[in-house]
Design a binder for this molecule. Structure first.
Ligand code: PEP
Ligand code: MN
Length: 343
């Protein structure tokens, strides 16, 4: 249920409303837009509650939200969410690019990749220190050592870092190093983890579960937001279909669908979305043309020698070429690229 405040209502009235909601056992989440202030009422609401709330001072109207997700819905917040990470704004009018290796393998590998993607215009460095793996025999990441390597790459290049956190127990440690927490596809419905990153004071990128519907994905974002963390972005990374030629089927339609249903930024990951390096550029360009707020791309100094996801990783040369094409597509649909990290 949404409480739409009267124009010119006072802060005092808003505080009173939040206090009364808390007394009744409801959560109250405030969204202050340019034109209106809205309070999202969460909890077990019932139809008659509308009549009660409409009597409260400062209230203009009460609108039931038809969708099961509330805080992530456009109904709750009509304007786009913008997430500032250092000097980079995600969810503004500019396209943001996150790039780097799938897994942190060594300091040398990460620094080389960081320098190259920065020079090509990427804004955020990616790299996994904790790697979820389908097989227990493949590389599972360097753990905290990997986080330290990422932090040293940030120090040298000035690029903010995004890295995956896999367990609730690790959230605090990963927060000490990362600028953005990544929740991977296999953990999209790890509700305890979602609660925990919801309490963290860092932006979260929530990847779509490989078999998740859009609604399930938004409900997972809702878990994070319900704990108080509003800085959530969504990442389409391909879904599982009957097709086996590609690793996943990149659902480009998810981009405009999310933008219609939600105010959260949406990032496209054509690397996991396709599993093949030569499909990364075409799908990246399609995602930007479809309105994605950003891209996540795997780049490796030597893809053939990569410990993980070499087949979908771009060489530095291919990444540079992709970046120049992305600029062209962004401009052709009236977008611009996020500001470069200073050299
Ligand atoms: C990754 O980004 O390296 C990753 C493991 O992604 P996903 O969770 O989408 O498979
Ligand atoms: Mn990967």
């Amino acid at each position: 249920m949404l409480i739409v405040m009267r124009q010119g209502s006072s802060d005092r009235e808003l505080e009173d409303i939040l206090g009364k909601l808390a007394q009744m056992g409801f959560g109250g989440h405030v969204s202050k837009g340019v034109e209106r202030t809205v309070v999202g009422v969460v909890g077990r609401t019932y139809p008659e509650l509308k009549d009660t709330l409409e009597l409260w001072p400062g209230v203009s109207e009460v609108v039931p939200i038809s969708r099961p997700y509330k805080l992530s819905s456009r109904e709750f917040q009509p304007h786009d969410t913008r997430i500032e990470v250092g000097d980079v704004a995600i969810g503004g009018d500019a396209v943001v690019v996150m790039a780097g290796p799938c897994a942190v393998e060594s300091e040398e590998q990460v620094l080389q990749a960081a320098r190259a993607v920065k020079a090509a215009g990427a804004n955020i460095l990616r790299g996994g220190a904790f790697k979820p793996s389908t097989s227990p025999y493949t590389f599972r990441g360097l753990g905290e050592e990997g986080l330290k390597i990422l932090a040293s790459a940030r120090e040298e290049t000035g690029m903010p870092i995004i890295t995956e956190v896999m367990t609730p127990e690790d959230v605090e440690m990963v927060c000490r190093y990362a600028d953005i927490l990544q929740v991977g596809t296999r953990n999209m419905q790890n509700f305890i983890l979602l609660d925990e990153v919801g309490k963290a004071k860092k932006p979260v990128m929530l990847k779509r579960g490989m078999s998740a519907t859009i609604q399930e994905w938004l409900l997972s974002a809702e878990y994070i937001m319900a704990q108080g963390n509003r800085e959530v972005m969504l990442c389409e990374r391909g879904i599982r279909t009957f097709e086996t030629y590609t690793r996943n089927t990149m659902d480009i339609s998810a981009v405009p669908i999310i933008q219609k249903l939600s105010h959260l930024p949406v990032i496209a990951d054509p690397s996991h979305g396709t599993g093949k390096w030569y499909l990364v550029a075409p799908l990246a360009l399609a995602a930007v043309a479809a309105g994605a707020d950003g891209l996540m791309v795997e780049v490796h100094p030597d893809p053939e020698a990569a410990l993980k996801d070499g087949a979908q990783s771009l060489t530095f040369e291919n990444f540079e070429r992709l970046m120049s094409q992305v600029v062209g597509v962004a401009e052709s649909v009236g977008r611009k690229m996020a500001r470069r990290i200073p050299a």
